[in-house]
Design a protein around this ligand. Structure first.
Ligand code: PLP
Length: 435
């Protein structure tokens, strides 16, 4: 049972020593998290439909994670980066067993940005070229290499990006980037994008980096055949293909990896958020060929916490839980139920322009006018705040932040899904669509 509660913290108490790094802080302290719920200092229960920062895929504070941390704490936490613990070797092997060939070589790191840096450096050294092609609406991290290939937001005011940063449009069926088609992407944007790459590149293309489903960009699911066509366009030019599965990897979309839906295998894969289940663990997985060439050419990507035993132990526990509790299958089934329930809401509330996504990575686009598709800027803000007050945390994504990213832990129950739908329904009823 949730109760409505006004923020309890005065801004002065948390603004004093915390540097602002983005959106405003919440006005309530979270003192505990368990499964699908967050609990505030005042005992308010909040359903977490963003799984923390999209990491707590197996539920907050899963006992197996706690157990793995305790075991690592009693054995080995950290080592010189040339020294390996059994868990590091096991986790690398485990990931490779789950992945198709030729993805056979793993480096364990901490954050998503860091794994993408490694991927870009691998691509550069393996190809001997330096141009990196990203996608509009993408998010790959805030370190310089990853940020240079990030086009969602955060590009302005930091000076030059990496030389050789190029971009193609995002295949947004609801808002075609080249104003060409409506609701059914025919992939003209991809061909046009590559025509532009051919024009703008200085002939040094190393890699394309994309999320198989764009998350920060607004839950953009490319049409079937898109990733295959992308692979073809890369192969024609000798460009490596990198998939960033920070959010989509390890079950969230109802497949273990999002690229499985088309069977298109990248040359390099990055995993992060979902791998650590809430702890900082990421991985770059390279094809044997890329890894071998990079090694021959002296690849170096040394970090203080690469191959750390502590987080590797947690990663193994996360993978065990995902497979053991059949969370991928669960994401597909519960995701279908949740999407159906969101579509019901769409029938009742004009403000929902679109419902999309796969498994438990869903997007709900809020519009001021369903016919013109005018984004519902202030409406979504008011709705999100009302949902939070009623006990439901949802993130806003997409260019104008008018898309709800619906991404609860994969362990969520149908009852909790119903609870969340009731809260959204109430918010839609309370907030005038003209807000
Ligand atoms: C797809 C994707 N890649 C990379 C990152 C960056 O990960 P991190 O914040 O752990 O550096 C994010 C973070 O939101 C992401 O969504």
């Amino acid at each position: 049972m949730t109760r409505v509660q006004e923020p309890t913290l005065s801004p002065a108490s948390f603004e004093r020593h915390l540097l602002h790094y983005g959106r405003d802080f919440l006005g309530e302290l979270i003192v505990r998290a368990e499964g699908s719920y967050l609990f505030t200092e005042d005992g308010r229960a909040i359903l977490d439909f963003s799984s923390g920062q999209m990491c707590a895929t197996i539920g907050h504070n899963h006992p197996k994670i706690v157990e793995a941390m305790a075991r690592a704490g009693q054995t080995v936490i950290h080592l010189d980066s040339t020294m390996l613990s059994p868990d590091v070797i096991d986790l690398a092997a485990r990931l490779c067993d789950l992945l198709p060939q030729p993805l056979g070589k793993v480096q364990l790191l901490n954050t998503g940005g860091e794994a993408n840096e490694a991927a870009l450096r691998l691509a550069k050294i393996a190809t001997g070229r330096f141009e990196i092609i990203g996608m509009a609406g993408s998010w790959h991290g805030t370190t310089t290499g990853a940020a240079s290939a990030t086009y969602a937001h955060g590009r302005k005011k930091y000076g030059p990006t990496m030389p050789g940063s190029l971009a193609i449009p995002s295949p947004n069926c609801y808002r075609c980037p080249i104003r060409h088609c409506v609701d059914r992407c025919d992939m003209t944007c991809l061909d046009v994008g590559f025509d532009m790459i051919d024009v703008t590149s200085v002939g040094e293309e190393a890699a394309v980096i994309v999320e198989p489903i764009q998350s920060a960009g607004g839950i953009i699911v490319p049409p079937q055949g898109y990733l295959g066509r992308l692979r073809e366009l890369c192969d024609q030019r000798g460009i490596l293909l990198i998939f960033d599965e920070a959010q989509t990897g390890l079950g969230r979309v109802g497949e273990l990896f999002a690229f499985e839906s088309e069977g298109v295998i990248p040359d390099i894969l990055t995993l992060s958020k979902t791998l650590g289940g809430g702890l900082p663990l990421s991985a770059v997985v390279a094809s044997d060929g890329v890894a071998e060439t990079a090694r021959e050419r002296g690849f170096s990507h040394y970090t203080s916490h690469t191959s750390d035993p502590f987080t590797a132990a947690v990663g193994l526990a996360v993978v065990d839980v995902i497979l053991g509790e059949k969370l991928t299958e669960r994401a597909a089934v519960v995701g279908r139920y949740l999407k159906d329930r969101l579509c019901e809401l769409q029938h009742r509330h004009e403000a929902i322009g679109d419902v999309r996504g796969r498994g438990l990575l869903l997007g709900v686009e809020i519009v001021a006018d369903r016919t013109t598709r005018e984004p519902g800027y202030s409406l979504i803000k008011a709705l999100t705040e009302r949902c939070f007050a009623l006990g439901l945390n949802i993130n806003r994504v997409g260019g104008p932040h008018t898309v709800w990213r619906i991404a609860p832990p994969l362990t969520i129950s149908l009852h909790e899904v119903d609870q969340a739908i009731d809260i959204m329904d109430q918010a839609f009823k309370e907030i005038p669509p003209t807000t």
